[in-house]
Structures are given as structure tokens and as C-alpha cells.
Design a protein around this ligand. Sequence first.
Ligand code: HSE
Length: 303
Amino acid sequence: MNEVKLRVPATIANIVCGFDVLGFAVSAPYDEITLKLSEKPGIRIHHTDNFELPEDPALNVAGVSLQALLNEVSSTIGFDVGIHKNIKPGSGLGSSAASAMGAVAAANMVLGNPFTKSQLLYFAMQGEKVAGGVAHLDNVAPCLLGGVSIIQSLQPPDAVSIPVPELHVSIIHPQIEVKTSDSRKIIRKEVPLKSAITQWSNVASLVAGFCTGNYTLIGKSLHDVIFEPSRSILIPGFEEVKARCLAAGALGGGIAGSGPSMFMFSREKETAERVVREMTTVYQSLGVDYKTYVTTLKQTPLI
Ligand code: HSE
């Protein structure tokens, strides 16, 4: 096998309370990445989408991640990479993570799977650094592993997958761009102990809720008292969307990654559809363009 084609999922980092330590994969949207092993050294990238991302491998998230991988293997091989992105950059839906991890996972496959999970996370993290200015694993890990990931360590990269019950996901993506780097500039650098205690209580309870399939506990734990108050200012209609979605039966939700997308978990598909209708009602009244998805938490790994 010297050519691999992968569907690479969008991911939602933080899962409200777990800033930089929790993330999950969704079934839609997804990018499509084709990677071919070549005897010609170097990395060649071709985008077939309309996002006008740089194709120079030194400036492209997939290119930077693949270079990190190539540094560990022979310099006499190369990769030809075709990328069709459906996950819009700057959406908060793990667009850069999909490029980074999709390319790295495909390269690992054509090379006969020589790398460990930790190495694959490391390579993809180099691409994430280029995109967001900081290293974080809470998109690339669930992109690779599926389901919900807990980031156990950045150095060395390590992530743990936990069991999760069936969950439906409603997403609204306002058509404005919020760069992760900008959204990280406005977060507080110091946290009062009381807020920290509330936050890690919610993180621990959320993980317990996932592991035991306790939907009530999942819903009760989806609160962010540290980052949401400042970040939500960048998202039109945030409070109204959230209130309406909860009233429509959503378990809970909040900002997708660093925004501007918002997501909500629901137990039933019908509820998720009702929730997305509430989201669109708010955005129609605000006159802000948007895109929506009703999807599921993706349980299967990428490779
Ligand atoms: N944990 C990161 C952040 C995710 O919230 O900045 C970015 O998608």
C-alpha cells in the first residue's frame, strides 16, 4: 500500500470545562486527505478546497507535521498530499488538527505503521503550533483516537481514551473567523482558587459521567466558570443560544474549542434537531450568516 485516503473528522476541544485537556471527535464535518508515498524526496501539497491555505509545506499545517515525521525516517522518500477541507479554518472545529493529524496518520499507514501514538501526537502537535501559536493536543488526540480524549501529558505527548455513551451533537458555526491565537490572548492568566475548584470538580464529574453513561451528570458538569465569560464575548448571541438550547432539551454545551462555533450535546437525535433549530432562530434574528450540523460523537479511531 503506497497510497492512503482518509476521512479526517472535526473535533471539539475543551468540552466546555476541560480547557486544553478534553476533546471529542464528531462524525461531520470531515476533511479528505490522500497521501502517496514517493521516491522523490520532499513534501508536495495540493489543496482542492477554496480556503486558499498555503501549499508551501513549510507554511502548511499538514506540511509542518509531515516534516516532523520525515525527520525521523529516511530523507530519500517524500509524500504527495491532496487535501480537500470541509472544516473551515478558524471555526473552532479542529480544522488545523484535521490537516495535521490526517496527514501524519496517512503517512504512518503508507510506511507500515512504524510510529507510536505518542509520536503521532508529537508530529501533529508541531503543525498545531504553527496554526495556533501554542502546542495543544485536545484536537489532534480525539482526531486520531475517536471518542473523548483526556490529555494526560504534553511532554511526552500522551492521551487517554475513555468510554462514552451515544451522544448527538448540534453545532452552529457563525461565518466569522476567530483565530485560536487571538482567542487565547483574552483568557485570564490567573484563576481564583474558588473558580479552579469549581472547574476541576466539573472536569472530574464530566469524565465520570462519560465513563458511566450518566447523562444527567454529563449535563450538570458542562459549565465553564473560567474561560467562557471572556471568550463568549466574541460570539454573537452566545447567551441566548445557550438558554434556548437548554430549554429545548439539550444536556449542555458551550463554545467549540476557541470558537466561534457553539455545540450542544443531546441524548436523542430528535432533540439535537430541535436544538439546532433554536440555534438558527437566534442567528436569523441577528442577521449573522451561519452553517449548522446535526451529527454524533464519533466513537471510532482514525486508523
Ligand atoms: N484548547 C484550545 C483552546 C483548543 O481552547 O484554545 C483550540 O481549538
